[in-house]
Design a protein around this ligand. Structure first.
Ligand SMILES: [Zn+2]
Length: 275
């Protein structure tokens, strides 16, 4: 029998090839669809199995190709859930291959950004949000909705006299809450001052501080990358807090801010459909 191969039609984000004992895996936004190119499957019927028993939540549609060695199928995610797509041999009736499919709802993070007092280097928040969403959106169906940048905070003056801040310092934390605590936000991002420990950013619960003192004004991409990484901490529901493979967004240390991969284990820690 021909070897079955599965490749994404056009979007690599949210697709994981077979490897390391795992079958291929595809993430689909609820209401969205992803295309797959399937090779060696001339004898195959596709069959959906749902962890919650309702297999109608994932629909397989096939594009009729003429005279092609492969098949093109589109997986439409109608209902969030964990699915298995079985490849059933028409000849033997046996399942000869399978892959995992997660259909996930959108995780929307409503973010308020605040510049801390005295900051002169400023970055365009719309551009930051665009870059962060480009990393998270198609890989994990996570989207930031920005309430905007609040240059002077929202409440009191920032009552901190130390040169660098840390969220683990309870005085700093409560001063930051007094300074900016937008009632509609579930993520508060403070930019501009140095972060203790010479790290680019720090997150505790729903609050993040981003060091822009050590950044040049031209380093919008690096700052956006740091915010994307810290968003990972904001929404992660269980340990581990960092990943270890080359290119992972959630590497503990970044060299140049170009690592932005969000692989299946991380997706499942931030946006796992409940079966
Ligand atoms: Zn981190």
């Amino acid at each position: 029998m021909a070897t079955i191969t599965v490749k994404p039609k056009d979007l690599v984000d949210g697709f994981e090839a077979a490897g390391g004992g795992n079958m291929p895996w595809q993430l689909i936004e609820r209401g969205g669809a992803r295309g797959l190119i399937v090779g060696g499957a001339g004898d195959i019927d596709f069959q959906v199995f749902a962890a919650n028993g309702d297999s109608r939540g994932l629909v397989v549609a096939e594009v009729e190709l003429y005279g092609m060695p492969h098949r093109e199928i589109w997986l439409q995610g109608h209902k969030q859930g964990l699915y298995t797509l079985n490849f059933v041999s028409r000849t033997s009736g046996a399942v000869v291959f399978f892959m995992g499919v997660d259909v996930v709802n959108e995780v929307e993070v409503v973010a308020a950004f605040y510049y801390l007092p005295g900051v002169r280097k400023k970055f365009n928040v719309e551009q930051i949000v665009k870059k962060v969403n480009a990393i998270w959106n198609r890989s994990a169906n996570v989207t930031i909705k920005s309430l905007g940048m609040f240059d002077e905070g929202l409440g009191q003056r920032l009552d901190i006299n130390d040169p660098e801040i840390s969220l683990n310092n309870t005085k700093h934390l409560s001063a930051l809450i007094d300074y900016g605590n937008h009632a509609s936000a579930n993520w508060h991002v403070y930019l501009g001052w140095g972060v203790q420990g010479n790290i680019p950013g720090e997150t505790l619960g729903s609050r993040t501080i981003i060091d822009t003192v050590r950044r040049k004004e031209t380093e919008l991409a690096f700052v956006s990358h740091t915010i994307a990484h810290e968003l990972g901490h904001r929404i992660c529901r269980a340990p581990p807090s960092h990943d270890t493979q080359t290119g992972d967004l959630m590497l503990e240390k970044t060299r140049d801010g170009t690592n932005n991969k969000i692989r299946r284990p991380r997706v499942r820690l931030v946006n796992r459909p409940t079966p």
